[in-house]
Design a protein around this ligand. Structure first.
Ligand code: FDA
Length: 410
């Protein structure tokens, strides 16, 4: 009889298994895949953005915005940073509190493997659990013509993004089997698609922009792709965007273009609109990493201006020839470019899944299912989605720690 069975050996599952084993429990960690922690390995461009020093409840999306508070308080970003430092893993802050390994994501995976081994966690790979039944105070799990029993079961099977990493809907199926509510899982932190040809024509171009939707705004880079838009600000807003909604992009948020064009009309009326726009530059104060990525000082490229639809009839006119109301129209087109995405690039390109097990089913202090003592859900399978920037791993560590701790006492 095990004290704790953890299903899903990703960030959350490892953290739960290690925490429970550290408290002296007999723990088995089961994964259906043969590769270890694939999502950690590929995360952060191979350097794992393992946490964010600013991780706080407002960086998470959930039907209950207060749900994450307890877990984040019980196991904070600093707790994980201390662990990383104990292992001598060197890291750096890239921007906005985002911490990355200096060398490789594999260092985080090695740390988890080493701790699991140190505390005697049994780690079974390539094992698919077929069913989970609750009988009395214990759970019976069936796999490969045999069964095991456990006092507690922790479901840590993650979401549906990037199927090649070994995703499955197991967690949602178990939740439904036990009569628990699911918030429809959808792709999030995902590029947006648009039907217009304009994006294809400018594929590869990036801007430092402000993107807004549903009352939320993010100011970071955006990137034109063959299918539409990507880049950090777009990925962030995709988590708030719903089908049928518009997004608003301020393509040069550091400048009030209406005022700039009005001033230019007064002082430089003989110049063409194209010349004035081409001379607009990014401010020196712009975060250095954004500038490096943009790799240019001027906001607008010639190609962009020549293909941006609403500029066409005005581009070669002198400012003196363009009325103030037309200048206002042009300025609002660039400072508040309003677009309706046709869809997202889906789970194949999403970093995370929004939705999942409804938080109302769980006790936020323990991550235990309220009506089924001994059953816990943690990590991405739960309806908690972090912003881009290390917040999702922090949720995996925090919720994993909490379930590992409280399942030991169950
Ligand atoms: P995770 O998906 O990591 O693990 C689930 C585990 O369950 C997997 O090992 C899977 O094989 C296993 N499993 C699934 N079904 C099973 C079944 N039926 N039986 C047994 N096992 C099963 N976040 C962040 O904070 N910083 C970052 O830098 C990045 N970067 C990043 C890049 C890319 C490309 C992606 C796709 C995602 C990120 N993320 C991220 C998000 C982050 O990777 C994600 O939120 C966490 O890995 C979620 O951790 P979990 O442990 O909940 O699930």
């Amino acid at each position: 009889m095990y004290a704790v069975v953890v299903i899903g050996a990703g960030a959350a599952g490892f953290m739960a298994a290690i925490t429970a084993a550290k408290l002296g429990n007999k723990v088995v960690l089961i994964d259906h895949g043969h590769k270890t922690c694939e999502k950690i390995r590929i995360s952060g461009g191979g350097r794992c953005n393992f946490t964010n020093v600013n991780a706080a409840p407002e960086n998470y999306i959930s039907q209950n915005p207060h749900f994450v508070k307890s877990a984040l308080a019980q196991y904070s970003a600093q707790d994980f940073i201390d662990w990383v430092e104990d292992y001598g893993i060197e890291y750096h802050e890239k921007k906005l509190g985002q911490l990355f390994c200096n060398e490789s994501s594999q260092q985080i995976i090695n740390m988890l493997l080493s701790e699991a081994d140190k505390y005697g966690v049994e780690f079974w790979q390539g094992v698919s659990v077929k069913s989970i039944e609750k009988e009395g105070d214990a759970f019976t799990l069936a796999y490969q013509n045999t069964t095991i029993k456990s006092r507690s079961v922790i479901i840590a099977t993650g979401g549906l993004s990037i199927p090649a990493t070994g995703t499955s809907d197991f967690g949602y199926r178990i939740a439904r089997k036990f009569g628990l509510k699911i918030i429809e899982p959808k792709p999030a932190l995902v590029p947006l698609k648009f039907s217009e040809n304009f994006f294809l024509l400018n594929a590869g171009l990036s801007f430092h922009a402000q993107v807004s939707c549903s009352g939320k705004s993010f100011t970071e880079n955006i990137l034109f792709t063959h299918k539409g838009l990507s880049g950090p600000a777009i990925l962030q807003i995709s988590s708030y965007w719903q089908q049928g909604q518009e997004i608003i992009i301020d393509i040069c948020p550091h400048i009030d273009l209406k005022q700039t064009l009005f001033d230019a009309k007064t002082k430089q009326g003989a110049k063409s609109l194209k010349t004035i726009l081409k001379n607009i530059t990014y401010p020196e104060t712009l975060h250095s990493s954004s500038k490096t990525k943009l790799n240019r000082n001027n906001v607008f490229t010639q190609d962009f201006l020549e293909t941006f639809p609403l500029l066409q009839e005005f581009l070669d006119l002198r400012l003196a020839e363009i009325s103030k109301s037309d200048l206002e129209f042009i300025a609002s087109g660039l400072n508040a470019w309003t677009l309706e995405p046709s869809t997202t690039e889906g789970f194949a390109k999403a970093e995370v899944t929004i939705g999942g097990l409804a938080t109302e089913e769980l006790d936020s202090k323990t991550m235990q299912v309220k009506k089924i003592p001994g059953l816990f859900f943690i990590g991405e399978v739960v309806d908690v989605t972090g912003w881009l920037g290390g917040y999702n791993f922090q949720w995996a560590w925090s919720s994993g720690y909490v379930a590992g701790y409280w399942s030991s006492l169950a």
